[in-house]
Ligand binder design. Structure first.
Ligand code: SF4
Ligand code: SF4
Ligand code: SF4
Length: 287
């Protein structure tokens, strides 16, 4: 559906987390009145629509924290209902809590602690429902980010350009069919949501784990460790990662140092080796 220039300008001023819903609602309202173009008045009417008001009322302070003496997990607004989240935030946070508990991380850190607990003594983690990363996952020890990888299916496109408008990175060109710059794609999945004909569908979705971020004297951005597709797998990887974290802490190191010194490839191999060993041990116990 077409939009007047004024309506396009007006919708850009809507908060980002309700923009796509407001756009959809305005189009629905305009269509229900037999119109072929969305105008500013349709946006104003959409603003009064009940479901949109409900979304606007969501407490989107964008960030939150679950904090104890020895760990800090920063949460994005997905936990409070941001419509852009790509996973069930609460379940992801529970996986992280569960991995920390299983490995008795807080007791381990407490035993080693001498003197007051300072910020750098804590494990810092973040959960972000989408690649927007509002909880700053790039500067934490370990973080989980939701992802939806798109895939194009040819022959169904109606050239509506909704995907082009939805892509925050401007990576889509439509010429009979859409084409996506896969290299630059951040897997936010917005084009998938926007496409009315399933010309763009989900190729893969899940939980992206990044590790080794920090601020301080020598800032370091977290690196992509691995993508997993189920909560069970997520908890397993996080548990193994916390085992490694404990080993590194025991030799007075940190995740960010290890990622910096060994390189993310080697850390990935270490993690995989540990997981394999764990499986063997579990297999032996089961016999
Ligand atoms: S990271 Fe994504 S899901 Fe979370 S608050 Fe930001 S935009 Fe919403
Ligand atoms: S997944 Fe996101 S970044 Fe990638 S093409 Fe779609 S909208 Fe653009
Ligand atoms: S891929 Fe989907 S959203 Fe994009 S132009 Fe084609 S039909 Fe529209």
């Amino acid at each position: 559906m077409k939009w007047s220039k004024e309506a396009e300008e007006r919708i850009k001023k809507a908060p980002f987390f309700i923009r796509s819903l407001a756009r959809k609602k305005a189009e629905e309202l305009a269509r229900s009145q037999g119109k072929h173009i969305v105008e500013v008045e349709d946006i104003e009417k959409a603003k009064n629509a009940r479901d949109l008001q409900d979304v606007s009322k969501i407490d989107l302070s964008i960030e939150g924290v679950t904090d104890t003496t020895y760990r800090e997990i920063k949460l994005c607004g997905g936990m409070r209902g941001c419509p852009l989240t790509l996973f069930e935030d609460e379940k992801v946070v529970n996986c992280l809590h569960s991995a920390i508990k299983k490995e008795c991380l807080e007791e381990f850190l407490e035993e080693r602690q001498e003197g007051p607990v300072l910020y750098h003594h804590k494990l810092k983690a973040a959960v972000s429902g989408c690649p927007n990363g509002c909880s700053q996952p790039q500067i934490k020890d370990m973080s989980i980010i939701g992802y939806n990888k798109p895939q194009v299916y040819k022959g169904y496109c109606i050239d509506c350009n909704q995907c082009v408008k939805a892509c925050p990175e401007k990576l889509i060109i439509v010429d009979q069919d859409p084409s996506i710059d896969d290299e630059a794609c951040i897997d936010c999945g917005r084009c998938i949501r926007a496409c009315p004909t399933d010309s763009i569908q989900v190729e893969g979705r899940g939980y992206r784990i990044i590790i080794g971020g920090r601020l301080g004297r020598r800032p370091h951005l977290a690196k992509h460790l691995v993508d997993v597709t189920s909560l069970e797998e997520l908890e397993t990887v996080l548990t193994t990662l916390i085992q490694l974290y404990k080993e590194w802490i025991a030799k007075e190191s940190k995740i960010s140092n290890e990622v910096e010194n060994l390189g993310i490839e080697e850390v990935r191999e270490l993690l995989e080796l540990k997981r394999q060993k764990e499986k063997l041990v579990l297999g032996e116990t089961g016999e």
